[in-house]
Design a protein around this ligand. Structure first.
Ligand code: AHN
Ligand code: ZN
Length: 324
């Protein structure tokens, strides 16, 4: 009972803090050790397996067999974990004129609950490794860029099938995030699936979530998550709570409590659609691309993925959902 009250408190302060964005800096004494152990456990090895399972299909580039088969797998996994699953299938025109078979996949947990949280990650892969030194025409495997976020969310789906939180949770796997124009300043060439979902709710009577958390590139061994610019501006209260929760769990090495850059990513369109949203994205402020060395290269493979990073991200989100 006490625990339930505590959880409720956390959730409502989190939801209200989205708009007033109270600044709650993480105290230095909490940076090192763990201030608490979580009640609901996220399994990093399980998330690793879900990440690997997606890569086993090959690069999940839209309009390919690997993409179709992995989409079917994601639907089945969500159903196996007791979600109410919806699919959105549509055709969209990419910036280069290619017509893409876009498929968003949504798993609702506890749809009767009116207070809801949205968790999202893109599941498609970039069709070209345009940052590669040699093979710029090859597709990206996307172990980190795509599969890692989905892997974490599939493990959260398992957790949600076994533990009922105070809030409802919607898991959204977005498609066609990564067919964007890297050579132009054209934000709308990215995140096509999310743009579609924001304009077309996946069902009538869908209860809009209070806020969203986007996971993008959350699996690299050396990941660093900075406080992304749009997230801070539109959902600062949730940013504060996420980074503070991570610190309390001993994950400050990954969740660096400093301002990062501004990202064109799925969350931008979720925010435009009226849902405040945070982007947990691995940024490297000292690198040329702003991201990890494997970003949009053929080296974005499982050998750079670490279950410890997946655990840090997944446990932080799970602790936000369930309380400590
Ligand atoms: C841009 O590169 C414009 N935004 C980063 C979004 C992204 C691409 N995330 C994964 N791949
Ligand atoms: Zn990408």
């Amino acid at each position: 009972m006490l625990k339930n009250i505590f959880t409720l408190l956390i959730i409502f302060t989190t939801m209200s803090s989205c708009s007033n964005a109270a600044k709650r800096p993480v105290s230095a004494d909490k940076e090192e050790g763990k201030a608490f152990t979580p009640a609901v456990v996220f399994n990093g090895d399980s998330a690793y397996k879900y990440t690997d399972a997606q890569c086993a299909f090959g690069p999940r580039v839209p309009n390919t067999e690997a993409h179709r088969k992995c989409g079917d797998y994601l639907v089945l996994e969500l159903q196996r974990h007791q979600a109410k699953v919806y699919e959105q299938k549509t055709t969209m025109r990419a910036y280069d004129g290619t017509m893409l078979e876009v498929r968003n996949i949504i798993g609702e947990y506890y749809p009767e609950k009116m207070n809801r949280i949205l968790l999202l990650a893109h599941w498609d892969c970039r069709p070209w490794a345009d940052n590669d030194k040699n093979d710029t025409k090859a597709p990206v495997m996307g172990a980190n860029d795509g599969a890692s976020g989905v892997g974490v969310l599939l493990e959260i789906a398992r957790v949600l099938s076994e533990n009922e939180p105070q809030v409802g949770v919607d898991i959204l796997f977005t498609d066609a995030e990564d067919w964007g124009d890297a050579g132009a300043d054209d934000p709308e060439s990215w995140a096509l699936g999310t743009q579609y979902w924001v304009q077309n709710p996946h069902r009538t009577g869908y209860t809009r979530p209070a806020f969203g958390i986007l996971l993008d590139m959350v699996g690299d061994r050396n990941a660093t998550f900075f406080r992304e610019y749009f997230s801070v501006n539109h959902c600062g209260g949730v940013v504060d709570r996420l980074w503070e929760t991570a610190a309390n769990l001993g994950y400050s090495k990954y969740f660096v409590n400093k301002q990062g850059g501004a990202m064109t990513d799925d969350h931008v369109f979720v925010i435009k659609g009226g849902i405040p949203c945070v982007d947990v994205i691995d940024q490297r402020l000292d690198s040329e691309t702003g991201f990890c060395p494997q970003w949009h290269t053929v080296d974005d493979t499982m050998e750079h993925i670490d279950a410890a990073t997946l655990k840090a991200v997944g446990q932080t989100v799970v602790t936000m959902i369930f309380g400590k």
